[in-house]
Ligand binder design. Structure first.
Ligand SMILES: *[C@@H]1O[C@H](CO)[C@@H](O)[C@H](O)[C@H]1NC(C)=O
Ligand SMILES: *[C@@H]1O[C@H](CO)[C@@H](O)[C@H](O)[C@H]1NC(C)=O
Ligand SMILES: *[C@@H]1O[C@H](CO)[C@@H](O)[C@H](O)[C@H]1NC(C)=O
Ligand SMILES: *[C@@H]1O[C@H](CO)[C@@H](O)[C@H](O)[C@H]1NC(C)=O
Ligand SMILES: *[C@@H]1O[C@H](CO)[C@@H](O)[C@H](O)[C@H]1NC(C)=O
Ligand SMILES: *[C@@H]1O[C@H](CO)[C@@H](O)[C@H](O)[C@H]1NC(C)=O
Ligand SMILES: *[C@@H]1O[C@H](CO)[C@@H](O)[C@H](O)[C@H]1NC(C)=O
Ligand SMILES: *[C@@H]1O[C@H](CO)[C@@H](O)[C@H](O)[C@H]1NC(C)=O
Length: 464
């Protein structure tokens, strides 16, 4: 690019942005804000996939039904909840909860929720207690929509019934917030799925047992304007926290923890959810730290610590020939240690649709087995997966400032599909060395059916 363009372009971007400021997704706004010609050697338009072209980026605004910017809603919500105004306090102890760790407190919680949900003034739903308060709960659904804003303050421990016969009606959920709008959940307490009995009965642990799903500890289903913060979620029966079909979510200061050997215990699962920001969160479990699947858009994760576990994952996508869509994902600032994967995109053969506009940046990995991986031949079943011609398209994936040590030889592994090669893959300032303690002296990049551009330092590199 000529030096003239180099100077004009930023102004052009600003001009275009000022003409249509609201219609660019946060993701692209972010990229544009950080679009700095110097850092990219002034050659960015030639190097980046088309979507980094700021002029085309503007075009992609306003895709119609999308609501703009999520933080205003949440700021308003947090403001209202914190304001002096009339507030009703609903304390579960006043509704008969014992908090003694033995008594089933489900009925008391249900009664208290009914009261909270029908209040005409904002509500603080209190689950009191220091460490010595432990509330034993069967599966329970906190149903909305409610009349007013609700802040759930969990100070004690909520522990799941481990009698599996209590889960007969719905074997896949323990705590569910269902269609609650303008909700905040926090308080510094603990949510404990008491998962041991489920793990022992998993077919991944005991081959003689049938393969059946287990409950997700905490599910937010069709919630809108949601804040989740300052909680520890541990020992989930299966997944720890799932955001399902939610919009406008801020989740922060969470600790998610279960043993490395616990099967399928994803940390944070995001499905069918748009506009979610996950910040300052530490995850150590037996499966993916974060998994983002179909129908999710505008996903941001910042300052994530992960490990042990299976890493940060987009997917799996496209199982059983499904059509899927995931786009605008930004993982910015993560530390992974001792995980089996680092940043992974996994799709099954036979699916369709796309996973696109995904950025992983500022990630440090130590002793990670597959640090950077795209697997379009993912197959997590006993029977071998047969070759199929259709595939989920993987495109516009950006890896930037990613460093660390690999616990296997293939620090970079792009196993893309022959029929739908990975497109627009950019690596910038990526540097892996072998983890010598794990016996890995030299690392390589395995690159099949992938269209790659390298910028700056990239080591290892795909063979030319
Ligand atoms: C990815 O970004 C490009 C360029 O901004 C845009 O044209 C495309 O629609 C985006 N893809 C998706 C699936 O949002
Ligand atoms: C939720 O909050 C938004 C904006 O703060 C408000 O407009 C809306 O009426 C609230 N909805 C409910 C169901 O409380
Ligand atoms: C994340 O942590 C930093 C440092 O403690 C703090 O300044 C920031 O406000 C936190 N972010 C959120 C969303 O809680
Ligand atoms: C990152 O998150 C951790 C909690 O997981 C927090 O202690 C730390 O201050 C955060 N750092 C930054 C830079 O926000
Ligand atoms: C994928 O997500 C979209 C949007 O949420 C949904 O309409 C569609 O049914 C989902 N597809 C599958 C196979 O779940
Ligand atoms: C690169 O990432 C590391 C963390 O992995 C961070 O400390 C450093 O500031 C980042 N560099 C840039 C230029 O953003
Ligand atoms: C790609 O994935 C397929 C299916 O998992 C596997 O058989 C093959 O060995 C992989 N190729 C590479 C180069 O990793
Ligand atoms: C990659 O990282 C290693 C270990 O930190 C360092 O010795 C090496 O100089 C780096 N390579 C480049 C090209 O920056």
């Amino acid at each position: 690019m000529s030096p003239e363009n180099h100077f004009i372009l930023p102004y052009l971007i600003i001009l275009l942005l000022s003409l249509s400021p609201c219609c660019i997704s946060r993701f692209h706004n972010y990229l544009l804000d950080n679009f700095n010609g110097e850092e990219y050697g002034g050659n960015y338009l030639g190097v980046y996939p088309s979507y980094y072209n700021p002029i085309r980026g503007v075009k992609f605004c306003n895709s119609g039904k999308k609501e703009q910017g999520y933080s205003p809603y949440l700021k308003k919500l947090q403001g209202r909840l914190a304001s002096a105004g009339k507030t009703k306090t609903v304390d579960v102890l006043k509704y008969g909860a014992k908090g003694d760790g033995k008594t089933d407190d489900s009925k008391a919680f249900q009664k208290a929720w009914k009261e909270a949900c029908s209040s005409s003034s904002k509500v603080i739903f209190v689950v009191p207690g220091a460490k010595d308060f432990s509330y034993h709960l069967k599966p329970i659904r906190f149903k909305g929509p409610c009349i007013s804003d609700i802040a759930v303050q969990i100070a004690g421990t909520i522990i799941a019934s481990d009698d599996r016969s209590n889960y007969k009606k719905d074997g896949r959920h323990w705590l569910v917030f269902d269609k609650v709008i303008n909700l905040s959940v926090g308080g510094g307490g603990i949510i404990d799925g008491n998962g041991n009995t489920w793990w022992e009965n998993s077919c991944k642990i005991n081959k003689k047992k049938p393969c059946k799903g287990a409950p997700t500890a905490l599910t937010f289903y069709k919630c809108k304007n949601l804040v989740v913060k300052d909680l520890r979620i541990q020992n989930a029966q299966q997944m720890h926290v799932s955001f399902q079909s939610c919009t406008y979510v801020e989740a922060s200061n969470l600790v998610v923890h279960s043993p490395e050997k616990s099967p399928n215990t994803d940390g944070i699962h995001i499905t069918g959810t748009q506009n979610i920001q996950l910040t300052n969160t530490t995850i150590a479990t037996g499966d993916d730290c974060i998994s983002v699947v179909n129908g999710s858009e505008n996903i941001q994760a910042n300052n994530i610590s992960c490990g042990p576990g299976h890493g940060i994952s987009i997917g799996s996508l496209g199982s059983r020939n499904s059509k899927v869509h995931v786009s605008d994902v930004m993982i910015n600032g993560a530390k992974l240690s001792g995980t089996t994967n680092g940043v992974r995109i996994k799709t099954w053969q036979g699916g369709s649709g796309s996973a696109s506009n995904i950025t992983f940046q500022n990630v440090d990995m130590q002793d990670v087995k597959n640090p950077i991986i795209i697997d379009q031949n993912y197959c997590d079943q006993d029977a071998p997966c047969k070759q199929q011609s259709s595939s989920v398209q993987v495109e516009n994936i950006f890896y930037r400032n990613i460093t660390g040590t690999s616990a296997s030889k293939a620090a970079i592994d792009f196993n893309c599909s022959k029929s739908h090669p990975c497109q627009g893959i950019v690596l910038q300032n990526v540097n892996f060395t072998g983890n010598v303690d794990a016996g890995v002296e030299k690392v390589t990049a395995v690159c099949n059916n992938v269209n790659i551009q390298n910028v700056g330092t990239v080591s290892p590199r795909c063979p030319a």
